[in-house]
Design a binder for this molecule. Structure first.
Ligand code: 5GP
Ligand code: MN
Length: 342
């Protein structure tokens, strides 16, 4: 675990001395990115700070009920407002990513801003694009790391229900409800603290996991029964979905979240991939069991990255070509990656 005290001193100074603090999460923000962003927002607002939030693009539907999401400025919806916020910020805190490319269209403005920049993240191999990088890949989520930081800065847990709920959402979504990822006994101690602060645990679970449309359930059934391909020689399963298929199930952003995890419940499958056709490119998600490093597949072949067992990327080609390319990548590299898994 990362020694946090050297960072908390510096962060405290920056929080105290900054007037306009801007919090930015990554492109296609997940529950951890939005959770950490909203939690830090709550904490800094309570310290009387002027705080703004930006997401590079739209949020997934299943996160839109969260307290404070309406205050997040979506860069691609309101570029002018976001440009102003970036230009007037004296401190920019970037949450849950460690490559500047994850800022999407906001990257140029952020990199040319004269604000002090801080990254708080838990992905491997951070790039050097910020004054301070607080990176701990041993925690399950950025939300877990943020809890540790704020608790030290605050001299004890920050007793605020919205803050606790936002962090709890980050922790459960990044671990698939404590099923995968690098959660530890420490994670459960933090969750115990969050429950004591007073989170609505059942409410959160219902809103995150039991809040989908009937169309989304049918899309999931279709994906599993008609679109899942098993490749026993590579212990791999993949699902692909075209834009037309998604449209026929009234797709909304976030509907395919979690699909990529499902094939991993099949006996013998250690690698799962999901291909979703977008406008001019394909969005990929990878999941694995054990030591099979899907982050390497994502970064070496699909312009992406992530964690050893959960990663993603984009590929600028048709769905059909992307799948053929994936099959070629598997053929040429599966044995090499699987070696680490023995
Ligand atoms: P998901 O499959 O849920 O979209 O993403 C899983 C993880 O993979 C994310 O938490 C993130 O770490 C990583 N990831 C997904 N898409 C990308 C991408 O396009 N670029 C990079 N660098 N990482 C990604
Ligand atoms: Mn995360």
């Amino acid at each position: 675990m990362l020694e946090l005290s050297k960072y908390t001193k510096e962060l405290t100074k920056l929080f105290v001395s900054s007037n306009n603090i801007l919090l930015i999460c990554h492109l296609n923000p997940d529950g951890d990115a939005v959770g950490a962003q909203l939690a830090l927002y709550q904490y800094l607002k309570a310290q009387g700070k002027n705080v703004d939030m930006i997401s590079p693009n739209y949020l997934q539907e299943f996160l839109k009920w969260m307290d404070g999401v309406d205050l997040i400025n979506v860069f691609i919806r309101n570029r002018e407002r976001c440009r102003e916020l970036i230009e007037q910020a004296d401190l920019i805190v970037m949450l849950d990513f460690n490559q500047p490319g994850r800022l999407g269209e906001a990257e140029k403005l952020v990199s040319s801003s004269s604000a002090k920049k801080v990254v708080i993240d838990h992905h491997l191999n951070p790039e050097n694009f910020s004054d301070i990088v607080i990176s701990d890949p041993s925690v399950c989520s950025t939300s877990e790391l943020l809890y540790e930081l704020i608790t030290q800065i605050n001299g004890g847990p920050f007793l605020n229900k919205q803050y606790a709920e936002a962090l709890y959402i980050g922790i459960i979504t990044d671990t698939g409800n404590f099923e995968h990822g690098t959660y530890s006994s420490r994670t459960f101690r933090i969750v115990a603290d969050l429950i004591e602060i007073g989170i609505g645990k059942e409410k959160v679970h219902n809103l995150i996991y039991n809040n989908f449309s009937a169309d989304r359930m049918r899309l999931q059934g279709y994906a599993l029964s008609k679109k899942m391909v098993i490749l026993p020689e590579y212990q791999t399963a993949y699902i692909s979905l075209t834009r037309d298929e998604l449209a026929s199930y009234q797709y909304v952003k976030g509907d395919t979240e979690g699909f990529v995890n499902m094939p991993l419940s099949i006996n013998g499958i250690i690698l799962s991939a999901l291909f979703v056709e977008k406008d001019g490119f394909v969005k990929l998600s990878f999941r694995s069991k054990g030591q099979f490093p899907v982050n390497k597949i994502a970064s070496e072949f699909f312009y992406g990255g992530g964690h050893m067992n959960a990663s993603g990327g984009d590929y600028p080609d048709t769905l059909e070509n992307t799948i053929s390319y994936f099959l070629k990548v598997l053929k040429e590299n599966f044995a090499r990656y699987n070696n680490n898994n023995q």
